[in-house]
Write a protein that binds this ligand. Sequence first.
Ligand code: 5RP
Length: 220
Amino acid sequence: MSVEQDKRLAAEAAVAEICDGMIVGLGTGSTAAFAVAALARRITDGLKVEAVATSKATAQAAIAAGIAVRDFAEVPSLDLAIDGADEIDARLWAIKGAGGAMLREKAVAAAAKRFVVIADGSKSVEAIGAAKLPVEVLPFALSFVVARLEELGAAVTVRPDYWTDNGNLVADCRFAALADPHALAGAIDAIPGALGHGLFLDEVDAAYISAAGEVTRRDR
Ligand code: 5RP
């Protein structure tokens, strides 16, 4: 069983939660792409849903697959959102944003009555913290925000030649240890010009993790 097959199985398990009439948030990345494909298959079989996408890439893929995609700017709440993660632990704390979509992903997750992470077993960790933590940065405030992130203990790399769908930069942060992720999330949230980050601590309601072909569901 390959990692790709595990991504597909986790995605299909989450997509099985979708019911007629739902508005569904679609995440970004290679695992979320399997959810888009699985949802498209269910729509072909008669499921009636609408979606919002967390990135331009996902919107394009979903539309190409025949999914009705609405503009999130016009959608105040969603029934369910499904997205990948770079790390997820037993507390259902996650680090997201390797694909740079964490700001839109967090807004969509917050709008959803239920937010479900899908991942292959390699993303499952004892405690989050080894993955780089991406922070979306207003270009105007780049030096100031990087300095503040360094004061918080981060080794910062600004992604070269990269802009988010929102036209902003991404500062990838590595911390020697994530002693208090909630405190860190609050500290980053408080930096003017830091527009969003990949710490998802209280957002995740459930996760489908597939390892060696076996899908496990974790609930909060
Ligand atoms: C994008 C994300 C992705 O969901 C995360 O990086 C996982 O991606 P993949 O499924 O390709 O490993 O947060 O911003």
